[in-house]
Design a protein around this ligand. Structure first.
Ligand code: ZN
Length: 88
């Protein structure tokens, strides 16, 4: 049964690595620090309700949706990038 345990351990290591990657990725998505009172893109005032709903918010709704569109595009690049890193 010892062999079985070793195999389980290897699988667990892989799962841990995947979770670590996911956590790292999630952390990159999180806004850092204090939210802004004015959009950092267009300087429009950000409503207090939005700042409460989105901790660390830095963009007004309009700029955020623009940013989200870009994020979707670059998520595609990231997927390609992580495939490359597996080949290393
Ligand atoms: Zn803006």
């Amino acid at each position: 049964m010892a062999g079985g345990f070793a195999k389980d351990g290897a699988v667990q290591e892989q799962i841990d690595a995947t979770i670590e990657d996911a956590v790292k990725h999630a952390r990159d998505q999180l806004p850092r620090g204090e939210g802004l009172k004015n959009c950092e893109e267009c300087d429009a005032p950000i409503p207090e309700a939005r700042r409460e709903a989105v901790p660390g918010v830095r963009l007004c709704v309009g700029c955020q949706s623009e940013r989200d569109k870009e994020a979707k595009v670059s998520a595609g690049y990231n997927r390609r990038g992580s495939k490359d890193s597996q080949l290393r």
